[in-house]
Design a protein around this ligand. Structure first.
Ligand code: HGY
Ligand code: MN
Ligand code: MN
Ligand code: MN
Length: 394
């Protein structure tokens, strides 16, 4: 069960998962979510942004002061099996344990599946929770496009949602007392099966657009070229140098070359920079230095450079009171910061949020080698059950 949490969208050749928001594999996971909720008699709420919440409500019908848990179902391209689904599957398993153990429910427990957490399709990380909390302008979100030029508005419409209705949901937020997300560890720090997040470091992603001139690879002399691949190459190398200088991490993992022909000089190159680090200004300095290097490399080739910030999250220090309470419920487990962004980080701008991590022996994430031992996954379920029991039951 744990090793193949949700075998949907798995590439048999690489073992990687490809579950972009609102594509068939992720839609299949959405259908799985609804089925799991239905099997448990949980009422599912869909907000206008594509987020889903399966509610276990107390007998007296209370809807306020809810404890929300869950995570996301989408993945990065070629992602691992656990990032996202582990939090959702564990939430259903924790509700099952609470019920089996007859622990009386005092406050609603919601199991959330947030939309487009990875931002792999439309470019903005945690798009669903950013819309829910008002952290992104709905008009900007509607206009976001995927690699095939489809707009987010168009995809929502095709999924039966009204693109004009997206945006903050104050009624839903007002009903939630806190959010606790369980997630596979994305690194290799945990020596125990379960840990707690202290903070999420500042992190963001920027898009570089390099504009050149398409031409024939064989008949165009070097002096006549405006090749955007050259400043792009400079930008990639500059990202590593800037990260080393500033004590941050910077990654260029996605690039789009137009037209992408072996024998055609590119007319344009779009490249994305992911930069993160222990302090806001170090991340900002990293990006500024990459931008400067890209422009310097572009000048002799008469290539244009445009830089756009796609999403940025400042440091998230998780709510201390909730973090300590979760730690107490678990009887003391390691507390550690993370360099990975999560919906819990976005939600923490509007309500107390906490994160539980389940040990990852490979330390690898966003790749097929991402892993968590079944025994550690079960320890994660027991931990989430204990936290939910403390916060919502008894
Ligand atoms: O990119 C991240 O840090 C997260 O895994 N979405
Ligand atoms: Mn991820
Ligand atoms: Mn995740
Ligand atoms: Mn995440």
């Amino acid at each position: 069960m744990w090793a193949e949490l949700l075998p949907v969208g798995r590439d048999a050749a690489t073992g990687g998962y490809h579950r972009f928001a609102w594509t068939p594999p992720e839609l299949a996971c959405r259908a799985w979510f609804l089925d799991e909720a239905r099997r448990r008699g949980l009422e599912v709420e869909h907000d206008a942004n594509g987020n889903m919440i399966a509610w276990w409500l107390p007998r007296d019908g209370t809807r306020d002061g809810a404890v929300l848990t869950g995570s996301h179902l989408d993945s990065v391209p070629g992602g691992g099996a656990f990032d996202g689904p582990l939090g959702v599957v564990s939430a259903f398993a924790a509700v099952d344990l609470l019920r089996e153990r007859g622990i009386p429910l005092r406050r609603p427990i919601g199991i959330g599946a947030f939309a487009e957490e990875e931002g792999a399709r439309f470019g903005v990380a945690c798009l669903g929770s950013r819309l829910l909390t008002g952290a992104i302008d709905p008009a900007r979100a509607r206009a976001l496009t995927d690699g095939d030029g489809r707009t987010f508005a168009g995809v929502l419409h095709a999924a039966g949602l009204d693109p004009e209705a997206i945006g903050p949901d104050e009624d839903l937020l007002g009903r939630i007392g806190c959010y606790v997300e369980l997630h596979v560890e994305q690194g290799r720090a945990l020596q125990k099966p379960v840990g707690i997040a202290s903070a999420i470091v500042p992190h963001g992603r920027w898009r570089f657009d390099f504009g050149g001139e398409g031409n024939h690879a064989g008949t165009t002399g070097l002096a006549d070229r405006r090749d955007p691949m050259l400043p792009f190459a400079g930008m990639v190398l500059a990202a590593r140098d800037a990260a080393e200088r500033n004590g941050t991490v910077a990654t260029v993992g996605k690039v789009r070359v137009v037209p992408g022909g072996v024998n055609a000089i590119a007319s344009s190159v779009t490249a994305w920079l992911d930069a993160r680090g222990p302090a806001d200004e170090a991340v900002r300095r990293t990006v500024a230095e990459v931008d400067e290097a890209a422009r310097l490399a572009a000048r002799p080739h008469r290539v244009s450079v445009d830089l756009a910030e796609e999403s940025y999250t400042e440091i998230v220090d998780f709510n201390l009171a909730l973090r300590d309470r979760v730690g107490k419920a678990l009887g003391g487990v390691p507390v550690l910061p993370t360099g990975a962004g999560h919906d819990a980080g976005v939600l923490s701008s509007r309500l107390p949020a906490a994160m539980l991590f389940v040990r990852n022996p490979t330390g690898i994430s966003h790749a097929p080698a991402e892993y968590a031992e079944p025994a550690d996954c079960l320890a994660g379920v027991e931990a989430l059950t204990a936290v939910l029991a403390d916060l919502a039951c008894g």
